[in-house]
Design a protein. Sequence first.
Length: 156
Amino acid sequence: MEECNGHEHTDHGQERPTHYYEQILSDEGIRVTAVRLLVLKAVYSRIQGAFTLQDVVDMLETADTSSVFRALTLFAEKGLLHLIDDGSGAQKYCVCHCEDHHHHRGHIHFSCNVCHKTFCLTEVPIPPVPLPQGFQVEESEYVIKGICPKCLGCAQ
């Protein structure tokens, strides 16, 4: 089980040169700005797992909330991040490592009822769901709620 950190661009624990992140933005058709670079670097190199807007804002002392929100929204629209609705009421994001960048064949998320962390179970794909004729999938989410291994160990 991994937290959301398996995207081909992610390299948690070490920050790559600025041109590396500029290329990611350019490849997705995103205009490079100082704030977008700052946010992308943080998300790809310093954050592991699902995260909220506030997590990024707290990490980046020089960026205002609205600028960070706009960057995260754009990254999600372009497929660099995906949105997770784990029922917590706080919008969460995760670096996208879905095969198709459209979240059709993504992975399952696990939301811990004790520590409230959301984990990406990258090795567990969303199972196919047979839909009636005339329906077309555009995006899928799959969230399981329970107790994570760490919290389960604390309870025993």
